[in-house]
Ligand binder design. Structure first.
Ligand SMILES: [Ca+2]
Length: 492
């Protein structure tokens, strides 16, 4: 219909410009010869534009899955970047069809702040969402990913199923359908046929996709699985496959429930991971059945890291173990079976989605992520351009050392606010962060520390910055609850 309307419009315009009727016949024919191909060309362009439907987005967001917590090697040929005993045939298929990012990060080493960062497309420091108690975010919910997407193209519908973890509802953040305000405990299912609610979430996702296809809406569907967070749950039939003498194929001893979704974790972790993969298979099948597989981008990642074989630290820490996560993306224009070495972070998803839907659309002020599109459509080469070329993580509550880390290029600076120690690592040559270069490259370390501090100060304000500088950050639970400094022991 649009195609017809635009062509008709062209006709009317050419009539209005019809001074050509006063021209001699030969010149009129000549003018016609010029106008017709032009008109046809424009109509063809209009048709081409209309022929490419708006893409759908299926975002599979896993909880607490460490960098090596899947069956897919995050670095080509490196067994330490996967868990060989985990069975995830559908994720294997997804990786073979798309792009695996070797240097992908969550926006924060813990659940709720990572999620806030992703919804708003910026660091937790700039957003002032640095703990579960943060309420005074510096950007309004109207600037969220889903709300911005719907402003860019009002035909989109958005849904969020699964774990949410903030007090304000998903609806406020632009989601048309969802499970409401849910917390970790909601994932501890009492239904033996729906461990971690993984299958229920998947069923709701299928219904949502069916509805949108029927009603002609492109969609952004965010599935926030409770798996593989504690407490692990799995279908009895799946668990049976992994139980046996000596523990499960995940590498952990029998009875070891594991922490952080990294390597190991025992039979129940392996089974929970396979159940999650079964759900991925159901979603892929549904995309095929609905005839939208070729027009849907699938993003698979985790909200924070976990214990791994080679990375230092784990969940809650700004070491690589706490922040580096699996990331796989498939979709139209993405070459199959490609590894990408460009650093990516969860808060890039916002500008990436907008870049695919409405290139050039003005993002809300303060978005710090960059679009992956140039990398995705160029077989993993190219750059992710962020407004400022850096990635920042900050964590200062319920932790022994309040800390901030900043990555620029291959270098990462990790700063402990209480001890005033800074560690400088080259992540390309030192994946395990063992070789502190701060003393060898003092000028670089000082420059990066100055930038890190200026960023934290601008985001969190003078009072908080002063508390960090003087080591007087509240550590236990709600600010002002009197628990004082303490928190968890250093997990290194
Ligand atoms: Ca988490």
């Amino acid at each position: 219909m649009k195609f017809k309307a635009q062509c008709s419009k062209l006709k009317v315009n050419s009539k209005r410009q019809g001074s050509s009727s006063n021209l001699p016949a030969a010149r009129r024919l000549g003018a016609l010869a010029l106008v017709l191909p032009l008109a046809f060309g424009l109509c063809s362009l209009a048709f081409a534009a209309n022929a490419a439907p708006a893409p759908n987005f299926l975002f599979i967001f896993v909880d607490d899955q460490g960098w090596s917590g899947t069956s897919v090697a995050m670095m080509p040929g490196k067994d330490f970047s996967r868990t060989a005993g985990f069975r995830m045939p559908n994720l294997d298929r997804l990786a073979a069809q798309g792009m695996v990012f070797s240097q992908a990060y969550a926006g924060h080493p813990k659940c709720e702040c990572s999620r806030a960062s992703l919804q708003m497309g910026r660091t937790t420091t700039s957003l002032n969402a640095i703990s579960r108690w943060s309420r005074n975010w510096s950007a309004p919910a109207s600037d969220s990913l889903a709300n911005t997407l719907k402003r860019a193209n009002p035909n989109y519908r958005a849904a969020h199923f699964g774990k949410w973890q903030w007090l304000r509802t998903p609806e406020v953040f632009g989601y048309d359908a969802g499970d409401g305000v849910t917390q970790n405990e909601d994932g501890d299912s009492r239904d033996p046929n729906d461990p971690k609610q993984s299958f229920g979430i998947t069923r709701r996702a299928q219904a949502f996709m069916e509805k949108q296809v029927k009603e002609g809406h492109p969609f952004y569907l965010q599935l926030s699985y409770y798996a593989v967070h504690q407490t692990p749950q799995a279908l009895a039939a799946t668990l049976k496959k992994y139980e046996g003498a000596g523990g499960g194929p995940g590498g952990g001893a029998k009875g070891d429930k594991g922490k952080g979704g990294g390597r190991g974790g025992g039979p129940v972790m392996a089974a929970m991971t396979e159940d999650l993969d079964t759900c991925i298979g159901v979603l892929l099948k549904k995309l095929d059945e609905l005839g939208i597989a070729k027009n849907t981008y699938i993003i698979y990642t985790s909200d924070n890291g976990g214990r791994t074989e080679v990375l230092k630290g784990g969940k809650t820490l700004c070491d690589e173990g706490g922040i580096r996560v699996p990331l796989i993306v498939t979709g139209p224009g993405i070459r199959s079976g490609v590894y990408c070495n460009e650093p990516a972070v969860g808060y890039d998803i916002f500008p990436t989605v907008l870049d695919f839907v409405a290139p050039g659309f003005a993002l809300p002020k303060g978005v710090e992520g960059g679009s992956w599109k140039p990398v995705l459509l160029n077989a993993g080469t190219g750059k992710v351009a962020r407004p400022i070329d850096r990635i920042v993580w900050h964590h200062d509550v319920e932790i022994e050392h309040p800390q901030t880390a900043m990555r620029k290029g291959n270098l990462k600076l990790l700063h402990y606010w209480d001890t005033k120690e800074s560690f400088l690592y080259d992540l390309v040559t030192d994946l395990s962060e063992r070789n502190n270069l701060a003393k060898q490259q003092p000028a670089v370390a000082a420059q990066m520390l100055a930038e890190l501090k200026a960023h934290v100060r601008a985001g969190l304000g003078e009072q908080k910055f002063a508390a960090l500088e003087t080591g007087k950050v509240e550590q236990g639970g709600r600010p002002g609850d009197g628990k004082g400094k303490g928190g968890k022991k250093k997990q290194q």
